[in-house]
Design a protein around this ligand. Structure first.
Ligand code: MG
Length: 269
């Protein structure tokens, strides 16, 4: 799941300084953002309670995810959250928000690592959206990404992953990346950013090219690279050394500790 965190870090600079250049340089100002913080919050919720749920537990399990989102927001309040999430996270009570933003999608990669069946992954993805993104579009996006990670980890090929994603979104994902690049601009709506992120992965050859594809679309760069990078790592099982050393020094110690615990429990098994 470091593939998601690294994608966020590399994309952070280009969220603000949008690029359409595939050969963009790694920028020294790069930093982790809300995508990483909330991905770690999901890791924490899973480490605290790794049990499977049934369809009747969505709300209860959703509450456990939501408590972690608020706790991590309070620990890292300046990580670039959206206005709607910030207002929700600051509030003393847990209300149910119906956002269709991609914030509910950027944090779900760990779910794909933690559970044994695709059915359980999809239930957990839905629960993770319950309090902040209770909207069918974001729930579909969260299922797409967590499910794709699970499929990749279980040896499914790109054709199978594509078919699964197309079913979730009811949308064809065979558009050539170069033609997508021509008309994409910043849009954090799930339906505008998640399908192109999946395409960025599908048309990649390795981890780095997935992240470069996602960022050079010129959209919501950190979140799109987090999403594409998360699936790409699960699929290719390798991240180049220069990317690891560039990003590792940019992750806060408190986040790194949870990531290491999560990886030891799930990703390295
Ligand atoms: Mg971000």
């Amino acid at each position: 799941m470091l593939g998601a965190v690294y994608g966020d870090i590399i994309g952070s600079y280009y969220e603000v300084h949008s690029t359409k250049d595939y050969n963009f340089p790694l920028q020294k100002e790069s930093t982790f953002t809300d995508d990483t913080v909330l991905t770690v919050a999901v890791c924490q919720a899973i480490l605290n309670n790794p049990k499977n749920i049934s369809v009747f537990d969505i709300r209860k399990r959703g509450y456990e995810y939501a408590v972690q989102y608020q706790a991590y927001y309070k620990r890292y309040p300046h990580a670039g959250y959206g206005a709607m999430f910030t207002a929700w996270a600051k509030s003393d009570e847990l209300s149910v928000q119906k956002s269709y933003g991609n914030g509910g999608v950027m944090r779900v990669v760990p779910i794909g690592y933690a559970y044994d069946t695709l059915e359980q992954v999809l239930l957990q993805a839905k629960a993770s959206c319950y309090y902040t993104h209770n909207h069918r579009e974001t729930i579909a996006g969260a299922k797409t990404v967590a499910g794709s990670v699970w499929l990749a980890l279980h040896g499914k090929d790109k054709k199978e992953i594509q078919t699964f994603c197309e079913k979730q979104f009811d949308m064809k994902l065979d558009v050539p990346i170069d033609s997508l690049r021509e008309y994409i601009s910043f849009d954090s709506r799930t339906n505008k950013s998640v399908p192109p992120s999946v395409i960025a992965f599908l048309q990649s050859n390795d981890y780095e090219s997935a992240v470069r594809n996602a960022i050079s679309l010129g959209g919501d760069a950190d979140t799109m690279a987090c999403t594409a990078g998360g699936i790409a790592e699960a699929y290719y099982k390798a991240i180049p050394h220069h990317i690891q050393s560039f990003c590792d020094s940019r992750i806060d110690f408190g986040l790194k500790t949870v990531i290491q615990r999560f990886r030891k429990t799930y990703a390295d098994r």
